[in-house]
Design a protein around this ligand. Sequence first.
Ligand code: SF4
Ligand code: SF4
Length: 178
Amino acid sequence: MTPAPDPQDMTALVADCAACAGLCCVAPGFDAGDDFAFAKPALAPCRHLGSDNLCRIHETLEDQGFSGCARFDCKGAGPYVMAHIFPRKRWRNDRQLLADISEAYRRMRAICDMIELFRVAERLPLSAAQEHARHEMLNRLLPNPAWTAEGLAHAEQAGILTDARAVLSSFRDAATRR
Ligand code: SF4
Ligand code: SF4
């Protein structure tokens, strides 16, 4: 039996489209312009998304007017959602499930952006207290047991990102010591 993935494994927080379900190609909407050749509403699969949930024009995104997709990095939010929050779930033909997965993905993207900042902060000459605060915040951002959809919604409402920004701000003196 495959062991359950470690919910606090930060090295697993990387985009891995084969371990995802095309979440960035279905959940958000986008407008036509320099980054996207055509517009797409939220909660609708891009017409270039294959039935295997992989992009059919992945090798030629720039040439086909999708530089926005070529530049995009979900920082592991998509695979995390599909591994820990909605494992083995398929969003096709289930509009409510798609809406729920998309909300979890949106929230997890913000969490993953914040985790990246806290990992970068490791390079700062932090005091012991600041390093402790960094660890504590990372444990909140990437908890064990893993996030649930409800947990993410509650944490967003309770202001986890505001708390995280406050901790980051408290590292300012360390940034100037560098
Ligand atoms: S959300 Fe991330 S892993 Fe999933 S398809 Fe998009 S880039 Fe790939
Ligand atoms: S062009 Fe490809 S990567 Fe971009 S949204 Fe469509 S399927 Fe996804």
